[in-house]
Design a protein around this ligand. Structure first.
Ligand code: ZN
Length: 175
């Protein structure tokens, strides 16, 4: 076999591994993927969660009760200051919350199959986001079906991963 063929073969074999590594937000009930990006004057918290975690069902609401539950969950998430708390050292102010969920009519990809997700992005303007030593993510308090948070942080100090479960709400940003 020629070397170029071997290289091509190796590349082909590598691809699925890479693709897997990037889909960290696998749909698993009880778990929420949380991506935190720290820049100088901006801090972003992105979440990706199965709808089941928020509602106990994963499709468009069918009854008045379900519609009410969905509206309540969306309202709660939009009020991000209620479930996110950032170290006051950073001087952050809530700027914007965007939510996407096809099943809830919030835009984004339409729900396919039995499992639907909600993706959200919360943006803060900060005096200096790099001064934040911690962020409390209270999703498990806001939504009882949330059992653990798979957190990824990207900032000036590089990238890190943390898993929060039980009573632990605190993402540590500095070492
Ligand atoms: Zn599901």
């Amino acid at each position: 076999m020629k070397k170029s063929t071997l290289t091509a073969l190796a590349a082909a074999l590598m691809l699925p591994t890479l693709a897997l590594a990037q889909t960290h937000a696998a749909h698993e009930h009880g778990k929420v993927a949380v991506d935190i990006a720290v820049e100088r004057q901006q801090l972003t918290v992105a979440i990706d969660t199965p709808l089941d975690n928020l509602l106990g069902f994963e499709r468009a609401p069918r009854s008045a009760t379900e519609k009410q539950a969905a509206d309540a969950a969306v309202t709660k998430l939009r009020a991000a200051d209620g479930w996110l708390r950032i170290d006051p050292q950073a001087g952050c102010q809530l700027q914007d919350v965007t939510l996407e969920s096809g099943a809830l009519g919030l835009g984004g990809a339409p729900a396919e199959g039995e499992h639907a997700d909600l993706e959200g992005s919360v943006t803060y303007r900060c005096t200096d986001a790099t001064r934040a030593a911690w962020i409390d993510v209270g999703l498990a308090d806001a939504f009882k079906r949330v059992k653990s948070l798979q957190v990824q942080v990207a900032g000036p100090q590089g990238q890190s991963k943390q898993t929060l479960s039980g009573k632990n709400r605190r993402v540590v940003l500095t070492k």
